[in-house]
Design a protein around this ligand. Sequence first.
Ligand code: PAF
Length: 448
Amino acid sequence: MKAQHHLIFFIIILTSAILLFFSSELLLPDTLKKLVFRSPQIDTIGHFIGFFILTWVIASLLKMSLMVTFFTLSLYAALSELGQYYLGFRNGELSDFFADIAGITLYLLLKFSYLKYKIFILKKIILTKQAAKVKPINTIIVGQGAMGLLWYHHIQQVIASDRQYRNNQLHLLASNKAPSLEGKVSTEPYYFTDLQGVSQQNSVHYAQINTIQSADVVLLFVKSFQVSAALDSIAARLKPSAAIILAHNGMGTLTELPASITAKHNIYALLTTHGCLRTSPLTITHTGTGSTDIGLLSGVKDVGQQQSIIALLSASLPPANYHQDIKQKQWLKLAINCVINPLTALNDIENGQITHKQYTQLIQALLKEVVAVAAAEGVNLIPCELTQTVVNVAQATASNSSSMRCDVHAKRQTEIDYINGYIAKLGIQHNIATPENDKLWKKVKNLA
Ligand code: PAF
C-alpha cells in the first residue's frame, strides 16, 4: 500500500515535470523561456531537481538509512562530476556538485521531518490508548508517618507527571486532621529529601468525607496497634469495592478486624524495605532504597484491582511486585522483626550491631521458635536461610535505628505485641514452647 502510494506520487511528479517542460515551450512567454531554459543556471537547477528525485527513488527502493543514502549519493555525485572533469567532451562543475548535494539534502530533510512527525503522532495515539485503558484510582493514604508521607510524595509525583495517571486522586488522612465536609480542600506544605539529598517542597491534600467515600484504595501506613481504630473511623463511609492495604510491621491485625470490614473489602498486605526518616511532622528524607511486595490477605481475587494497584505502586516507587502467596513474605519479614527490633530496642544499638557474636545464640533460639510456629501455620521457613536473611538485613541497614528502638526513644507504644508477642500467642495456640520470644515480648513491654 505504501509502495503503491510512492509509485503513484512519483508518476504524478514525473508526468507533471515532463508536461511542464513541453507545455512551457508553447505556453511560456519568450522572455520567461529565455530566463528559464537558456539561462546558465538551468543546468544547476536540473542537477538539484534530478538529485532530489534520484534520492527519493533510491531511498524508496533500497530502504537504506538516511545517513547511508546521503553518503552513497554524495559519493555518486562527486564521482560523476570528477568523471566529467576528466572526460574531454563534458565539464565537471563544483556548482553542479553542490546542487546535487542540495537536492539530496532537501529530500532527506523532508523525509526525516516526515518520520519524526509520524513517530510523534504514533506516540500520541499510544498514550491516548493507554490513558483510556488505565482506570483512574482514588487513593487515600492513612497515616502521616515517614512511610505514609514517602508513598504520598511518590504517588503524587506520578499523578503530576504521567499522563496515564493524571485523573487519579490522592489524599492524606492524618490522625490530627479530621476529614472535613465537601468544600475547600485543606492543604499544607511538606518537605521531601530524596536519596541524592535533593530537597523539595510540595503540598499534602487532606482527605474530606467525599474523598473517603469515593476511595478505590485505602493504604494504611499506621502502626499495627492502630489499624483497627483507623479502619473503624472510616469503614462506614467506604464503598464495598474499596481495597484496603495494610502496611505495617508484625502480624495479627487481620484477625482483629470486624467481619463487617473483612466480609465487604479485599484486604491486601504491603511489605516495603525502603528506609525513610521523619525529622519533623511534615519533613521526611528517603534514606534507603528498597522494594515493595503486595498480595491478597483476605477477600476475593480481583485481577483488575490487583493490576491497577500494582501499576500505580510500581509507577510511583519501583520495584513493586504482586505475590500470590504474600503470607510467606509476611513471615519472612516477621522473623526479621522478631530479631532486629527487640534486640536493638532493648540494647539501644543500631541494626548492624546485632551481628556481634554475643547475640548469635539468642538469634538462633528466637528463629528456631519462629520456624516452628510458622510451620504450624502452614508456612515453611528454612532455619539456616532465615539466619542469613536476618544477618543480611542487619548489615544492609547497619547504621539505622530500628522502628522499635525509635519508638522506645520517643516513649511511644511499640509493635512488640504483633511481633514477638504474636509468636508467643500463636505458640500457646499450637502448643509450641516459645520462651525466648516470650521473654523479649515482656522485656520490651516493661520498657514502656
Ligand atoms: O522495623 C524496622 O525498623 C524495619 O522493619 C527493619 C527491617 C528492622 C529495619 O530497620
